[in-house]
Each structure stands twice: as C-alpha cells, then as structure tokens.
Design a protein. Sequence first.
Length: 261
Amino acid sequence: MNILFFGDVVGKVGRRALQGLLPSLIERERADFVIANCENVANGAGVDPKSCEELLAAGVDVLTSGNHIWRLREIDDYLNTPGVALLRPANFPVDAPGRGWGVFTSNSGARVAVVNLIGRVFMATVDCPFQAGERLVEEARAACPVVVVDMHCDATSEKGAMGWFLDGRVSAVVGSHTHVQTADDRVLPQGTGFITDAGMCGPIDSVIGVKPELAIRRFVTQRPTRFETASGRCVVQGVTLEVDPRSGRATSVKRIQEFVQ
C-alpha cells in the first residue's frame, strides 16, 4: 500500500495549494491513505475546525498536529468530537482534549494506525516521547501491522533518534515542524521508513511560511513582531511511503516536492 504524508500546511495559501494538487497526487502515487500535519493551517499558526474539514473533504484521511494545536480555543471541542480525524501529540498531559493516536481504514481496506508525538529539545517540557512512543506503538501494533509516527520537533537529532528507536517496530517515522524538507529519506535496516522532516505546504518565497520582512525585523530588532503568512507561489512537500500491509515494513520512501503558482 502507498501512504502520502504531507509536511506542515501553512495558512490559507498552503491549504489551497494542497487541496488543488491532492487529487492528482493521489492518482499519480496510487495512494491508499493520506496524512497531513495541520498545526499551522489557520493563519499560519494554530488549527481551526473549518480548515480541518476543508482538508478532510479534499482527500486527507488523518490530520496530525504539534505545539500550536492549542492556539485557537475553538479547537478544544472539535478535538473531543467522537471519530474526528485530528490528532494532537500523545505525550501531552493526559487530560488534554482529544487523542494522540488512532486506527483508521485506508481506501484499500487495510487499517493504518497513526501516532502523533512531540519532542522536548527546544520545545515546551512534556512527557518523554520515547517512553510514550514505546507504549503506544505496542498498542497500535496490536490493532494492525501498519503504524505511522509523526515526530513533531525542532532537533534533527531527536527525530533521528526516534527513527532508530522505533526501527522495526513501526512502518515509518516522519518528522515535522521545521518546514524544511530534508534529503535523508530512506528505509532503516529493520524496515522503518524515515525522513527527518517532510517539509511544508505553503509559500516558498518566505521564511518557513512567514513574510520575509517580518521574520527579518524580529531577528534584527529582537522585539515582538506579529507574523503573517507570505503569499505568492507555493510548494507542496511530503513523502510517499510504500508499505507491505501484511508485515507493516516499509519498502520505499520517496520525497515529493511540487510547485504551485
């Protein structure tokens, strides 16, 4: 089976770019299942129900998130909606709204477990993603062989460590959060597909999705600056994961990068 995983969707421009390209990418990649990280989908930082529903209607099967999930208050009730296909990091406090993993059915009928984790290096202090990941992966594997982990964090070393930590126990560990696609897509020795960061779906002429002049102002002045999503041409980045649905082992990982005017 083929699984598409798209990097952080940034603002309305990123959402529109992914919506426009997704049908053709699903056909071209013969995708059975689609995952996208949406933590920046609402105005470049945060998640709102309307944007989630738009992406799900466009063909995304599961939405993952990260540290910006709580930016907009209306997302709390949406996360608690039964059956909603939006995940928040599983190693957030246990009483946080929503859930950190779930099992979903692909277009081919095979079941796919998706686990959402968040790192701790340069991020807020949360429960250990490695301990949480080990526990949840065992639960997920009891439900189905195919398990995909979104490892949302800053440090490349923390993402890489998670890939090796779970090698042979999950189908893939895909990094998110930095908005910069890395060139290390590969299958690890025990059959886990890996990439440090899937990239982003958003404006390419930007500083990780933000208008360059605003990012520069913050760096130069060291004063608070309200960020705005850039406009113009967009890039849609992610990976195609080819997975054996019986064993759960990845057989290939291929980067995707498409430009939209």
